[in-house]
Design a protein around this ligand. Sequence first.
Ligand code: F6P
Length: 319
Amino acid sequence: MKKIGIVTSGGDAPGMNAAIRAVTRTALKHNMTVMGVRRGYNGLINGDIIPLNIRSVSDIIQRGGTMLYTARCNEFRFDEGLQKAKTTCIREGIDGLVVIGGDGSFRGAADLSARGIPCVAIPGTIDNDIAMTEYTIGYDTAMNTAMALIDKLRDTMQSCDRCSVVEVMGRHAGHIAVNTGIATGATYIITEEVPYTVDDVIERIQNTQTTGKHHFIVVVSEGIGNSQEIAKKIEHATGVDTRATILGHVQRGGTPTVRDRVVASQMGHYAVELLIKGYSNRVIGMRHSNIVDFDIQEALSMKKSFENDLYRIAMDISF
Ligand code: F6P
């Protein structure tokens, strides 16, 4: 393995830059040449590739986003796109690739590995929705961002005796919701994994009203219901002035936390070592706080369990 490429693909996540830095520096230490592929798999198809040296990755460990840009690439789902990418790798002399992204990006890495370009994937997504790993790069930063914003909402809700219905990201996974919910003392946490009705939420708010509570936070995981509608129903039933807030993409930006920088550095380092040892079609994960790796197809067939215990604790103590 003499020359490797790095791709960031799918949604960006804080800590991706730290991973790019770790991959680049580890590969350079092993006297390899490093290329940065820009805008996800599109860069492989179009040949949008830049050389990276020690200094190219200076001053990025603390930055959110990705210096390589990122994109979702529909063409890469088909053989024609994959063949174009393979041709680019051969033309550029790229012997292996490190792909940083979510499960959609892993499928691309598996397909390219099957076509003879060794790929190792690193989980980078704020959602932490990938089954084979306890942790995905960006998750901690996104949760801390959401928590800080919900704390601000609480200040104004408390002052005005209001209820805040606040929607957090997570695609179809409620990990951000349950963790930020418990961390902000949410009266109710609505996620896809736990069945609920708006009447349950209303009943809980009404019960806490009888104990003297005047302001309420309801954390909603995105995609599960219309936050505005939920807010209206709560207001109508409880008489509490209620506002809906969608936190949105602010959760994807910002300077990565210590945890994201450290895990990104560990995983980036590990990825290059796997390529050097001749592995392909692997994805890196964290299990019991150790960095490990799996076959990509095996990883994709795993099912992520929800933090039911954490949810139960949140419900037991926030009323
Ligand atoms: O996967 C990360 C994520 O931010 C999800 O939480 C969210 O559902 C999605 O990406 C948003 O995607 P886009 O940036 O394409 O709107």
